[in-house]
Design a protein around this ligand. Structure first.
Ligand code: NAD
Ligand code: 89V
Length: 351
């Protein structure tokens, strides 16, 4: 999808509509207030009172009970912060009115739906980015720099582990009823990180677990990836891992190359091993007056993700997590579910 035809001179801030005034939208609205070159002109939610409350809290002039307001032509972009089963219809509505989109993860519940959304947007030439913010966390930008420096040599192995036992259900009760749960909720962050750090992958083996009683889907999964560059990686995620203190929301792990390795430790600390010695780096997320531990590391990544969207929209370049590129990430998630069902290694080519 070329965006050169959508590059635009910056005269006034781009005006956005935020759709979905729920749990995580607060972070989006705080982040938009510090995103250069953009402002939220209106919010909408099916629960129009809730939209009104958010508009008042964030001093936003307009609020609506439906996203059909996109037909007004008043918006330069739309930020969709609703749950995955609503994304196909909402993105299609934006595409119909030629409004560029940033849409929260999970992009959609399955690969066929993701592909339909991408084909529809591509046919209309409307830019769509998936709001996938873990790769925009400061620690992962630093790891990318170290890998690009060649300090640990050619990559051979990686492991990304996200394990804790926070009560995610109080803020996000819909997760109790979601059949495709942990792989789509947190696994997708890790699969995108695995592609960002270790390169594209072409085969997946996966085991799912449902540890907590009464869940419709899995709250833990262990995924093995075969990368195009012959590296192997493991992604393991769980909402049922009891650690004290709780490491939420940190991603831990290790990365190995032919000359050295990087350990991702608690406390946003990297231990880099190369040339026979080790070096320690701590990359703390930036706190703000609207962020609070333990969420700071995630909250800090939201304005970085949104700034990338706006800068790329204005420059006409390619989004890092474009809808089209994200098809490869969601193919890995799809392969993981199919592997868990079939008990065998699944290649992305067969999807
Ligand atoms: P939520 O259920 O709290 O909020 C969603 C809101 O959207 C609700 O108020 C609902 O009324 C509204 N809505 C649903 N369909 C709508 C429609 N067609 N038009 C207008 N409004 C509509 O959900 P949440 O927990 O805020 O999660 C939203 C998305 O953000 C999910 O996909 C979730 O996975 C994702 N999320 C991402 C992060 C992260 O980026 N790190 C963290 C938490 C949640
Ligand atoms: O990031 C997410 O998608 C959330 C989490 C609790 C991990 O932040 O579900």
């Amino acid at each position: 999808m070329t965006k050169s035809d959508v590059a635009r001179p910056q005269i006034r801030p781009l005006k956005g509509l935020l759709v979905g005034c729920g749990f995580f939208a607060r972070n989006h609205l705080h982040a938009w207030s510090e995103t250069k070159g953009a402002e939220i002109a209106a919010v909408c939610d099916l629960d129009v009172e809730r939209a009104g409350r958010y508009a008042e809290e964030f001093s936003i002039p307009q609020w609506h009970g439906t996203a059909e307001v996109l037909a007004s032509g008043a918006f330069d972009f739309v930020d969709i912060c609703t749950t995955m089963e609503t994304h196909e219809a909402l993105v299609a509505l934006a595409v119909r009115h030629r409004v560029p989109v940033i849409v929260q993860k999970p992009f959609a519940p399955d690969i066929d739906t993701c592909r339909r959304i991408v084909a529809n947007a591509k046919a209309a030439g409307v830019p769509v980015m998936v709001h996938e913010n873990f790769r925009f966390q400061k620690i992962f930008r630093r790891i990318r720099e170290i890998l690009d420096s060649g300090e640990i040599g050619e990559l051979t192995f990686g492991r990304l582990s996200w394990r804790n036992a926070i009560d995610v259900y109080s803020n996000q009760p819909y997760l109790l009823k979601t059949e495709r749960f942990m792989i789509m909720d947190v696994g997708i962050h890790m699969l995108d990180l695995a592609r960002f750090l270790f390169g594209d992958a072409n085969a997946v083996s996966c085991l799912r677990q449902s540890v907590k009683e009464g869940l419709a889907g899995e709250d833990a999964a262990t995924i093995l990836l075969r990368h195009d560059n012959a590296a192997t990686s493991i992604v393991d995620v769980s909402y049922a891992s009891h650690r004290f203190p709780n490491p939420f929301p940190q991603t831990l792990g290790e990365i190995e190359g032919r000359l050295g390795s990087i350990q991702i430790l608690e406390g946003e600390t990297l231990l880099v091993h190369s040339e026979g010695r080790q070096r320690r780096e701590t990359i703390e997320a930036d706190g703000r007056n609207w962020t609070s531990d333990p969420w700071t590391q995630i909250q800090d990544s939201v304005p970085r993700t949104q700034q990338h969207f706006i800068d790329t929209l204005l420059s006409g370049g390619a989004f890092e997590t474009s809808a089209e590129d994200s098809l490869q990430t969601y193919a890995l998630a799809e392969a993981a579910y199919r592997s868990a069902e079939s008990g065998r290694l699944v290649t992305t080519a067969e999807l």
